[in-house]
Design a protein around this ligand. Structure first.
Ligand code: FMN
Length: 153
């Protein structure tokens, strides 16, 4: 089930839907939005309604928060997507609770080599810290948050 970042009552939806789906994907692009070049103020993507949808790096924090909420609320796997263009970005999604990650916009803007670049950077990040698999990162932020709350009542 692909989740929009605009979903109201996200955790409740995730809990109820988890009975019927194999996994979640979060998030979709965000919008509609509008931007254009002031020197040439025409629809940059040529859409018939003159607007577009936001994706890539600007939506990463929104995607991370959504993944965190869905992964914390229910047990089915979450595929994190939204603004990933480096190994470090991907690591954060695992730490927020993702089981896998997906890349769309960076592949369009930087080419399909981005997949090898991101996985290579991520492997290096794990190796440098003596971590054998991204699975060990999963939910690290959630665990740290619980500890943080306990330490600061
Ligand atoms: C050009 C383009 C086409 C997309 N088409 C679809 C689509 O058909 N179905 C879908 O679920 N998401 C679609 N998306 C959303 C992406 O799968 C992804 O959820 C979103 O762009 C956030 O990830 P990103 O920042 O890595 O692009 C599309 C995104 C872009 C930029």
């Amino acid at each position: 089930m692909k989740i929009s970042p605009n979903t109201p009552d996200l955790e409740e939806l995730a809990v109820r839907a988890s009975e019927f789906v194999d996994a979640f994907v979060a998030i979709n692009s965000l919008g509609p939005v509008l931007d254009f070049d002031p020197e040439n103020p025409v629809p940059p993507l040529g859409s018939s309604y003159g607007q577009g949808w936001l994706s890539g790096p600007p939506i990463l924090p929104l995607a991370l928060r959504t993944v965190y909420q869905i992964a914390s609320a229910q047990p089915k796997p979450v595929i994190g997507v939204g603004g990933i263009s480096s190994g470090r970005d991907a690591v954060k999604f695992f730490q927020a609770g993702a089981s896998l990650v997906q890349i769309c916009t960076a592949a369009i803007t930087k080419g399909s080599e981005i997949y090898g670049k991101v996985s290579g950077e991520m492997l290096l990040w794990l190796e440098e810290r003596g971590i054998s698999s991204p699975d060990s990162l999963r939910g690290e932020y959630v665990r740290n948050l619980r500890k943080y709350r306990k330490d600061r009542p």
